[in-house]
Design a protein around this ligand. Sequence first.
Ligand code: URA
Length: 197
Amino acid sequence: DAKIAIAPGTYSSITELTQDCDRCHRCPLGDTRTHAVVGRGNLKAPIMVIGEAPGQNEDETGLPFVGRSGQLLEKILASVNLTTDHDVYIANINKCRPPDNRVPTPIEVAACLPYLLEQIRLVDPKIILLTGATAVKGITGDKRGITKIRGQWLEWEGRLCMPIFHPSYLLRNPSKERGAPKWLMWQDIQAVRAKLD
Ligand code: URA
């Protein structure tokens, strides 16, 4: 029940948090999911990528970013030698798939956010990449469009964050020309790599 708070410090491991997500009904998405999708990657990664919500492939497998968007995300990370085995942990604003992949409602985001805040605390990343407007809004509250703020370093709760395009947006905009979204993404990921080194 979303009215019952999840205090910071509730979980001592991602395993414990996952057990609660697997039986969560804090919002209506708990009624329609196949699997809660918590995260994947290195639990001690210096970079955390936060997406929106599981799609069909993720709902089926219980793992985030395993469909077409995920493959593109891995390719973008690999272009600067970043991997989910070593450098990156991936999670989402919402742990459960919204019907028809609609954008999660503010109520659904609010109900799920305490889990993500606990994930951030436990993984303790140096850098957080916010993919797409839902992730930016969910974490920082900034409602500006992603085109305006992508590539800018923000500070949130003492952590470095960068809004970046969502890979699904890049799938819909495949041009690699100078100044196109894909070109900008490759600039952004290089800035991330430079900040890590
Ligand atoms: N898109 C997201 O935002 N998250 C996923 O896990 C998959 C696709």
